[in-house]
Design a protein. Structure first.
Length: 456
């Protein structure tokens, strides 16, 4: 531990479900007391019993609870915590919330508010990273509402284009347009989704690559200018522009090229003074460049695959860095890749159209055994409500190589039993059984292709 650093004694987890359970577990392992918050819809979920203290923060709608900064800050003050861990989603990338936590006397376990703000607006983040020499996919500035200028920008970029929210993330609000006729409707829909989801309706255009791979790089950094990467993850299997299967190392990726890209990202973020945790998301189409998409200023849903191959507890590292420890004291000198890890997200949803399927988990039997890890916020008999992301569980497998990991994953899925809601395990099985995926030739459109559809 870095000399003179005060480690937190009590931390609030401002989130729910699987990630709340994961952070509480990390805090317990570090000897830190945990405070869990919950909405009326989540009262009684099993992970709440893992926390040292719990506080109800309001109604079932996110705006009344997990997105309500006032009630979270009030609970934080009542509990007397040293710090707040935001998890992912909800307020995890909200600069105003991070600043408010700090203003009210607690630490925010994430990047400094200035970095959340700088990276949270996608076009400004891209401009910033481009100035440091990173490759970018062709894109526009924020659209000003003039249809003729939007069409001109799209033609300059080259169709097809993706209309994207300038704020937010997670694949929400992105709409494709293949020509001028589709562009106006895509802009209207994307602007509406962005406003509802992020409170910011600004949008921009980006070249839509038809079959790219989605590769991201995990970064950790301290408050003293040091940064390091924990290799890459392949997150190419998606539905509705949201990830479903993630793995590390990325298969069939030229290792020298991946290593150079990871070093470049680390160098740029270190030079800028970025701190604590982040993930640089890129698209790779088989060329010599990884085209920067965005920087996620939080812990990722898929952090577990990196933990499995490196042996590093990323959540604990994030907490230690936020407490002021130096990176050299948090990470080992020589970080190596051990084996292969794959994560699948098991959702309560229709496995073809991907519509949420809320309901009671009448049967929930999740696998266990060597090389199998489960992250969940539910138990049998719990209700998956319509108010939040319908993630039931994350299933992570680790083995000595990718072939063995795939075999272990298939066996684990075979022993998973879920009744009471629809779920996407049949979709996952279809993907991992496909020749393209097994050979490491996944791309962002593969899942939809396997369902016999041309788009999502």
């Amino acid at each position: 531990m870095t000399e003179g650093v005060y480690m937190f004694q009590k931390v609030m987890v401002a989130n729910r479900g699987a990630i709340a359970s994961r952070v509480i577990r990390a805090l317990r392992g570090m000897g830190i007391k945990s405070v869990a918050v919950y909405s009326e819809a989540d009262a009684g979920l099993p992970y709440l019993r893992e926390a040292d203290e719990t506080y109800c923060i309001g109604g079932s709608e996110p705006g009344a609870s997990y997105l309500n900064q006032g009630v979270i800050i009030a609970a934080m003050k009542s509990a007397g915590v040293d710090a707040v861990h935001p998890g992912y989603g909800f307020l995890s990338e909200n600069a105003a919330f991070a600043a408010s936590v700090i203003e009210h006397g607690a630490a925010f376990i994430g990047p400094s508010p200035k970095w959340i703000k700088a990276m949270g607006h996608k076009t400004r983040a891209r401009d910033l990273m481009a100035r440091h020499g990173l490759a970018m996919a062709p894109s526009s500035n924020v659209l000003d509402g003039d249809p003729s200028r939007a069409r001109e920008a799209a033609r300059e970029i080259g169709y097809p284009v993706l209309v994207k929210p300038a704020a937010g993330g997670g694949g929400i609000g992105m709409v494709a347009a293949h020509d001028d006729d589709e562009l106006a409707a895509a802009i209207e829909r994307a602007r509406s989704l962005a406003g509802r989801s992020f409170g910011d309706s600004e949008i921009y255009l980006e070249r839509l690559l038809t079959k790219p791979r989605h590769i991201e790089f995990q970064i950790l950094a301290d408050r003293y200018g040091a940064a390091a990467h924990l290799f890459e993850r392949d997150c190419s299997i998606q539905r509705r522009h949201q990830k479903v299967i993630e793995e590390s190392p990325a298969p069939l990726l030229p290792r020298p090229l991946a290593a150079q890209a990871a070093q470049d990202m680390t160098r740029v973020l270190g030079e800028m003074g970025y701190d604590i945790i982040g993930t640089a998301e890129t698209l790779y189409d088989g060329g010599s460049d990884f085209q920067f998409l965005e920087m996620n200023t939080r812990l990722q849903v898929e952090h577990a695959v990196t933990e499995e191959i490196t042996g590093i507890d990323i959540v604990a590292a994030q907490i230690r860095l936020a407490a002021g420890e130096r990176l050299a004291d948090v990470l080992p000198d020589d970080i190596k890749v051990n084996g292969h890890a794959i994560e699948v997200r098991i959702y309560a949803e229709d496995p073809v159209r991907f519509y949420p399927s809320p309901g009671v988990l009448k049967v929930l039997r999740l696998p266990s055994g060597d090389g199998i890890r489960i992250e969940t916020g539910y138990a049998e008999g719990c209700r998956v409500t319509p108010f939040y992301d319908p993630l039931i569980a994350k299933l992570i497998v680790h083995a000595q190589d990718r072939h063995s990991a795939l075999r272990r994953l298939a066996d684990a899925l075979d022993s998973t039993v879920i009744e009471g809601v629809k779920h996407n395990i049949s979709f996952i099985r279809k993907v991992i059984a496909s020749e393209a995926f097994r050979e490491g030739r996944a791309h962002t459109g593969l899942g939809i292709e396997l369902l016999g559809r041309s788009g999502d």
